[in-house]
Design a protein around this ligand. Structure first.
Ligand code: HEM
Length: 416
């Protein structure tokens, strides 16, 4: 989807189809969300197959839906591609479990992913990013979006304890789960793509845990840590470990690459912002926050209303599905003045909603922030300028906002 919106246009909200994949692969949803925030902060849509959902688009409503599990449960599923099918892993998979059980499910992972804990990986991650950028130094066309798909696997693979030979396959599988209609990932039809990829991913982590248990091998990886923790005095089952591993693989693989590509695109289109960051590297952490806001790679998450609930000037009936559009919340002028301007000096960029809110706030946020900071430190240090070398291609997904192709040519930095 376009991250810099085109001109405002007439929009008939009764006709809007927020699940229209063309809107994201070739279209421009921002002008639609702008009108929704102003005129229909609670929007209702019925799909041709009868499934229905409500949408909230304002920052404060997105915050409320994602943060308040008493009003909006995660237990029936949180990913809009699964709308209408209750999540079988509720109560086990961290993403589809409400507090207080959620706190127990999340705890074993939390201590390994704090800002302080991930700091220990900084040098390793920097080495990985330097290797990643190496091929761009030769001045040839470098398809950043395509290459970046592998970046989280390069970063989290060693931390998780996943061997390099499996990374490519896992990246493909996680992309299939989140963008099952994109031609790069489609196998047969959408439902089959979803089912195959979900099954293969969970099976991979389960088998990995089993074989580790059998050999008794130990290391300091995250998956190994999961095998040794004992929340409530009991070890996690292989199934629980498999689902945690699945969440991490998914959480990391499908978001960070698109934040990288979308932020680089924003800088390429605004050379003055690139020059500003290069002249003052202390701006890089804020550039990362603005990039997270601008790209909103997790475009939305879903919840189900527990009871009838008043929100956005309307009512969602009990058991109704509600999609919280993070991509829209991050462009809400009530929160971010001049929201469609990409500004690396934006004062409150850190308030961005890209990692969600409340109990499910992204557990990988410290790792993602550090990875992105290192990425931009290394990029700005290496290249004087970057230019587009072809048309970007956007991901065909209403769940993940991203790109499949972003060809660039980078000029090696001459000055130190
Ligand atoms: C730019 C990068 C990232 C973005 C934009 C992002 C976004 C999000 C969002 C919006 C949520 C909230 C889901 C909800 O409310 O239901 C979330 C949760 C989660 N993220 Fe991330 N994420 C990123 C990176 C990562 C990384 C690197 C990891 C793995 C280390 C990760 C693992 C997870 C997990 C496991 C959850 C579920 C947490 C829970 O349910 O308690 N994410 N992420």
């Amino acid at each position: 989807m376009r991250l810099t919106p085109g001109p405002a246009r007439d929009i008939d909200l009764a006709e809007v189809d927020l699940f229209d994949l063309d809107l994201y692969s070739h279209g421009d949803p921002h002008p639609i969300w702008d009108v929704m925030r102003e005129k229909a902060p609670l929007h209702h849509q019925v799909l041709p197959d009868g499934r229905e959902f409500w949408s909230v688009t304002r920052f404060e409503d997105v915050h409320r839906v994602l943060a308040d599990h008493r009003e909006f449960t995660s237990e029936r599923g949180t990913v809009p591609t699964h709308l209408g099918t209750d999540d079988e892993a509720a109560g086990v998979l961290m993403t589809s479990t409400d507090p207080p059980r959620h706190t127990e499910v999340r705890r074993p992972l939390g201590s390994k992913l704090t800002a302080r804990a991930v700091k220990a990986w900084e040098d390793k991650i920097r080495g990985t990013i330097v290797r990643f950028l190496e091929p761009a130094l030769d001045g040839e066309v470098f398809d950043l979006a395509e290459k970046a798909l592998l970046l989280p696997a390069m970063v989290t693979g060693p931390l998780l304890g996943i061997p390099e030979k499996d990374w490519e396959n896992l990246v493909q599988l996680t992309a299939m789960v989140t963008a099952p209609s994109d031609r790069h990932f489609l196998v047969g039809h959408e439902a089959a793509t979803l089912a195959i990829s979900h099954h293969e991913l969970v099976t991979y982590v389960r088998e990995w845990a089993r074989s580790r248990r059998a050999t008794g091998d130990e290391d300091d990886s995250l998956l190994h840590h999961l095998m040794s923790v004992r929340p409530g005095g009991k070890p996690l089952t292989d199934e629980e470990i498999a689902l945690d591993g699945y969440s991490i693989l998914l959480g990391a693989n499908v978001t960070t690459p698109h934040t990288v590509s979308g932020t680089v695109q924003a800088l390429v289109e605004r050379p003055e912002q690139y020059a500003k960051a290069q002249a003052d590297p202390s701006l890089i952490p804020n550039l990362v926050e603005e990039g997270l806001r601008w790209t909103s790679a997790a475009c939305n998450f879903m919840r189900y209303a527990v009871d009838d609930v008043e929100i956005g000037g309307g009512t969602i009936p009990a058991r109704g599905a509600v999609v919280a559009w993070i991509g829209s919340a991050n462009r809400d002028a009530a929160q971010f003045p001049d929201p469609h301007t990409f500004d690396i000096t934006r004062a409150n960029a850190k308030r961005q909603a890209a990692f969600g809110f409340g109990p499910h706030f992204c557990i990988g946020a410290p790792l993602a922030r550090m990875t992105l900071r290192i990425f931009f430190e290394e990029l700005l240090q290496r290249f004087d300028s970057i230019e587009l070398a072809g048309e970007p291609e956007h991901l065909r997904s209403y769940f993940i906002a991203g790109m499949t192709h972003l060809p660039i040519v980078a000029q090696k930095r001459q000055t130190p």
